[in-house]
Design a protein around this ligand. Structure first.
Ligand SMILES: Nc1ncnc2c1ncn2[C@@H]1O[C@H](COP(=O)(O)OP(=O)(O)OP(=O)(O)O)[C@@H](O)[C@H]1O
Length: 407
């Protein structure tokens, strides 16, 4: 595209009085042609300029969008304390700093004390967030009385006993601990491979001690908004206090409590803040209260030592993959409501399931049932279990292939 700085000269008609009529006519014709030519030139220029304008406009739009994104990401979360004539008083989550700030007039008319808002680096209120109870409800799973019992869990009897001692006994008989003068363990950390029954164990102990079960996934604590994770931890303990007796269960605790060096998010100050909040909640906690704290991880090696200190998660319980006997018990549990053909030897099936977790065995049982259904039978036979095992193995192989392919 050409951007010559000057416009073409305006054509001039020069008529000499000496010219003959024909010469004048020719001069006028030439002038006319020249005007048309300049006109064409100017039209071309105008087209170019319009194209250029379009391009610049889309650049501007792009920059505007980027600016919006920059303005809206990484907002801080605060609660509105007061709306005064001088502006809005907000309290930052995370550091509890109080700030007098401004909101646009349209936003300000909507603000009420107690609202959760997001503000930018210069504390100006950018948006009002949804009701807090929503985010609490989304992040936490609260069950008045979970329906899992100890009998539903197979192969980890020792672990059940330990959990009962550390969680159920202090909830049911706190006086006993007081009389003897010992503090029950502060927090119980279940660690081991996925699908071995850690969540079940936490649910069962809440159920059997008539406690409310409050579960939060560590990944939920690592939230997008600054201050949100720490706030959720506070909410979690507050809610447990309101609902006592209660069992708090933080699944995937490694998401918030990974060693700095190992963590993918090691540089993430927000994750650190959330962990600090968790530690401070645990430190300020009365051990003999009616709230017990449990957590689970598949990545014990990744945990920051700080969370394992006395007074924090100081009772570690390993929940391993089940052995043959455990696998048989788990299979029995998962087939007890199934119409299994007489003569089927569950322990023989289980013996072949080396390396299977409880969750794998549960899906094997369902899969065996599906084979019988597909076949139009109402009884599940040993051959169905065999076929189910092959199918799961194939699925696992494919999964491995996919994983290998991806990396
Ligand atoms: N020991 C077990 N006895 C009976 N069923 C089990 C056992 N372990 C796992 N299961 C079955 O697997 C499902 C998942 O188990 P659970 O969620 O308790 O495992 P988890 O150890 O918490 O796993 P993750 O680490 O992946 O969260 C259960 O709902 C249950 O059906």
């Amino acid at each position: 595209m050409s951007h010559s700085p000057s416009l073409p000269d305006r054509p001039r008609l020069e008529l000499d009085p000496e010219m003959s009529e024909t010469e004048r006519l020719e001069a006028i014709r030439q002038h006319y042609r020249r005007i048309l030519q300049v006109n064409d030139e100017l039209e071309d220029r105008l087209d170019d300029a319009q194209d250029r304008r379009g391009e610049l406009k889309s650049d501007v739009d792009g920059l505007k969008r980027e600016n919006e994104v920059l303005k809206t990401t990484s907002l801080y979360i605060a609660s509105v304390e007061e709306i005064t004539d001088d502006g809005v008083v907000i309290k930052q989550h995370g550091n509890n700093q109080e700030v007098l700030t401004q909101a646009s007039t349209t936003l300000e008319s909507d603000l009420r004390p107690g609202d959760r808002v997001a503000n930018n680096d210069s504390f100006a209120v950018q948006q009002v967030l949804d009701d807090e109870t929503d985010s609490r409800a989304q992040a936490m799973e609260v069950t008045e009385s979970p329906d899992v019992t100890y009998d539903d869990i197979g192969g980890i009897d020792d672990q059940i006993r330990e959990v009962r001692e550390a969680v159920e006994d202090p909830l049911e008989d706190p006086e006993q601990f007081e009389a003897v003068g010992v503090d029950p363990p502060s927090g119980v950390l279940l660690h081991g491979p996925p699908g071995t029954g850690k969540t079940m164990l936490a649910k069962a102990v809440a159920n059997e001690s008539d406690a409310t079960f409050i579960k939060m996934a560590g990944s939920e604590l690592v939230r997008k908004f600054i201050g949100e994770g720490a706030r959720l931890v506070r909410d979690l303990f507050e809610l447990a206090g309101e609902r006592e007796p209660a069992v708090i269960f933080i699944d995937e605790i490694d998401a918030v409590a990974a060693k700095r060096t190992d963590s993918k998010t090691s540089g993430d100050a927000e994750v650190q803040r959330t962990m600090m909040q968790l530690l401070s909640e645990m430190d300020g906690f009365d051990d003999r209260g009616e709230v017990r704290i449990m957590a689970a991880t598949n990545r014990f090696d990744m945990l920051d030592e700080a969370i394992l200190r006395p007074g924090r998660f100081d009772r570690l319980i390993e929940v391993p993959e089940p052995n043959a006997e455990g696998r048989a018990r788990i299979l029995e549990i998962h087939t007890q409501d199934m119409n299994v053909a007489e003569g089927t030897d569950v322990s023989e099936v289980a013996a072949d399931l080396e390396g299977y977790s409880g969750a794998d065995i549960a899906s094997l049982a369902t899969e065996a049932g599906m084979f019988a259904i597909r076949d139009g039978r109402t009884e599940v036979t040993q051959a169905d279990f065999e076929q189910a095992r092959e199918k799961l193995q194939d699925a696992e192989k494919t999964e491995e292939q996919v994983i290998n392919y991806q990396y």
